[in-house]
Design a protein around this ligand. Sequence first.
Ligand SMILES: [Zn+2]
Ligand SMILES: [Zn+2]
Length: 264
Amino acid sequence: MLITSLASGSSGNSTLVCSDGTCILVDMGISVKKTNAALQSKGINPRKIAALFITHGHSDHASGVHSFRKAFKVPVYGTYETSDIYVDRRGGYGGFQEMGVELDNFIKEGEDKQIGDLTIEAVRVSHDARHPVAYFIHNGNRNVSVITDLGESNALLERRVGECNAVLIEANHDPLMLEKGPYPDMLKLRIRGPRGHLSNQQAAKILRGAVSEDTPVLLAHLSKINNTPQLAIQAVHGSLRESGLKAEKIRALSPYNDPTEIRI
Ligand SMILES: [Zn+2]
Ligand SMILES: [Zn+2]
């Protein structure tokens, strides 16, 4: 399996996950042009993408869905509450910059979707959007995760992280940088709240209880204002080392088309 990032952070998110035979994308918060360029630089023909899974309707995860779907006729999956149908029927928005996403198929928690030889499971997360999820993607006995945009952990999520051979997880902010940073108080409250984003330390805690020594970890959705790759890696590194793990395979993703590729 391959897991790599086309974009990560508040200006856009998209993650590529492939088995030998099937490729999917998780989230589409960048333009078709950028997606094309990033996929081609990784040697993937965009027409080979079999499905697009959306974690939630915030624009940094879903703004490119319409154009991508039109350009490549790729089926888009997400929870019903994330869809434009739900928004049209029920009205209202779940939170900050949330849109109704054009979905072709709905995914429910506890129900696996099979795309080629990939099995995709959605696990509920706590975030200020309508029914946001993280995805766990299985191929044979190999498992990877795409976990971003959550304010706190939960038992099922941690159990699934423990089953992963590679983990992509949000490490959004350093609490001190956020506290001292330029954001208005309301936004600071939102980010560090239970429906906001994971701090470096929260990500470290989830990993510490779940991963083994040689599990490759990609730290994702780093804030450009309230975090640095060094601080994120340090926090996770320190925490894992304290529990006796060497933790040599931890990387922090850069915002656009990070070249890091994890193959398991
Ligand atoms: Zn986001
Ligand atoms: Zn979000």
